[in-house]
Write a protein that binds this ligand. Sequence first.
Ligand code: PGA
Length: 256
Amino acid sequence: MKKYIIGNWKMNLTVTESSSYATSLLYDLPAYPDVVTIICPGFLALSSVADVIRDHGIGLGAQNCYWRDSGAFTGEVAAAQLRDLVQYVIIGHSERRHVFNEDDRDIRFKVQAALRNKLKPILCVGETEDERSSGDTEHVLEDQVASGLLNVPSDMIDKIIVAYEPVWAIGSNASATDSDIVSAINTVKEQIQHMFGDKARLVPVLYGGSANATNGGHIMALAGVDGLLLGRASLDANEFHKLISLAGELTTKEQG
Ligand code: PGA
């Protein structure tokens, strides 16, 4: 099974900084056949970063999109406008859900818009601290996956990536515990299997939330974890390289 290393740069780096960071990422970039590396800069930098990474085996993703394909939606960016530039789009990130109040319906429509425009959605799901302490993690994850993937045709399920990101672990200094990660990822995978049967195995499920080069190798080796979605750790080229190498070593070991 492949491992995914995805960098979400969030609202960091100017256009110039993004291109020079992309250039530094390419320098000595570890290449492994079974590691899928994707970077997600801010919208304004997508075009210049696309020029830098072209033909270097790195995927490019946007951090969000709107679900209509065109029209009077001031300030929004349509999946239809992104499709010439990127292959992936992050949808339903915790900050979209909780800072910008996106609900499950918005997120579902965005997943549909991405697929309609031949982009691969990276659907993020995760419980808040309150939901966790009231013992609702499982239900929240089942609902978010069920709603986000509702109406996805089964022949398109292989275009989906899901990231489990507990809201309370994002931007903190503590990732979830091993057993929390394994059980949450298992819940997500079971829900996908419930909806899509055997084809569920085509959907990589990643972990995100304070993952970094120190804990990343360990987390990626946990049962069911198909890779990492990284915020802060993706903003340091050395650390990001290290994470790609850790993923590469794991895939090589799995084959050997
Ligand atoms: P973090 O962010 O790695 O900085 O915790 C993860 C994310 O929001 O995807």
